[in-house]
Design a protein. Structure first.
Length: 71
């Protein structure tokens, strides 16, 4: 496995686009980088715990927009 991931690199925090991703979008985005490692993946619960312990800034929890609720 070491040969398979010898070129593996995660983006630095500053390189992650600041586009206001929701929690599930953030999890999918991070997992797209973790895919070469196999079964290693971030879960929404893990991300929420990182936020709770102030290791990550707060993430949006759902994708419902207020404008879509005004119909």
């Amino acid at each position: 496995m070491r040969e398979d991931i010898s070129g593996f690199r995660l983006p630095r925090y500053e390189q992650i686009p600041d586009v206001g991703l929701y929690l599930e979008q953030t999890v999918r985005y991070v997992n797209s980088f973790l895919a070469p490692l196999g079964e290693v993946e971030l879960t929404a619960s893990m991300a929420s715990n990182y936020v709770k312990h102030k290791l990550l800034p707060a993430l949006r929890k759902n994708s419902t927009r207020q404008s879509s609720l005004r119909a």
